[in-house]
Design a binder for this molecule. Sequence first.
Ligand SMILES: [Zn+2]
Length: 369
Amino acid sequence: MECTFYPHSFPSISLLMMRNYKSAYKVARRLRGEGSQAESSGGCVGKLIWPILWKLCIPNKIKIFGWRACNDILPTKGNLVKRKIITDDKCHICTRKVESAIHALWDCAAVQDVWAGSIAKLQKGVTDFSDFMQLMEHLVDRLSIEEMELFWVQCWLIWNQRHCVLYGGQLKHPTSLNKRAEEFLEEFKHAQVSLDGKLREQRIDDAWQPPPPMEYKLNFDAAIFSGQEKSGIGAIIRNDKGEVMAGMSAIGPKVDTSEEAELLACRRSIEFAVDAGFTRLVIEGDNSNVMQAISSNVANYSFLGNVVDDIRHLMSNLQWTTTSKIRRGGNKVTHVLAQHARNLDYDLYWLEDSPPPAMEALYQDLILL
Ligand SMILES: [Zn+2]
């Protein structure tokens, strides 16, 4: 089952996708209820790997690199040929096989020595893997968290080194690459400890707070893109442990004021939450006027009164709801998702999967919990 959906911008197809999306959401919830066995089955392996990957203590650029490797969207020569950017898909180091992610980082003769000199569990056996996801499925139960962190740093250094060779650099000795990976990880973790402490001190007032137990929190935000005929809408639904239930980065209409953008984002976000099956919600935004308008019962005669009415109506149909105002600093996840819509041609939805563009912001919210 795919966990990321790319509904088309045409309304009819978008509606169709939304139906699939809703049923997929129910499947996802059922799988979760059935425990880890169902989640580790082949079809859901990505769903299992991604949360592990993004909780690792490694730089975000390496997590995103890992996500791209697993989804086979690294700019390997194989992929560049598919996209008609180059014509030769052969590995530039061994010159024998097509350069895919699994070849470049695992199979290629040039990297076999790196893995041979690594920890025992990563020393390459006879097993062949058709793609990186299959390799991850193999490793996920075998490696500890620390070993997984080391593995990804090694992969990332291998990838960079292959790039250097492409531009005339020399292959480093495998021992020095593995040593560099260990040092890199140690330096990063050391820096992280002091950074976490500083972040905790600075942002405690702004921090995102999880909803009460058993409830869900919907955060939303809007972005105005000057000179463009659209706005951006970001939404995220998290549970009381801060786990992502659903996320959205969507295109909104062209708007004139931030209040209009925020109100439209609020309406669209609640519709998204309702469509995804959430009926108990803390609704949280960072615009005081908007949050005040939607929580009040007083008739709103402003030119945006009809949107406020729509939102109140949507809220009245929920089983339970409350509103909450957060400072902008605590609403970074949806800020990033709204900004992400700047370069989108269609809306993006994620289900029980952390939206890659918001990884860093999600991580920062989590360490403050
Ligand atoms: Zn090769």
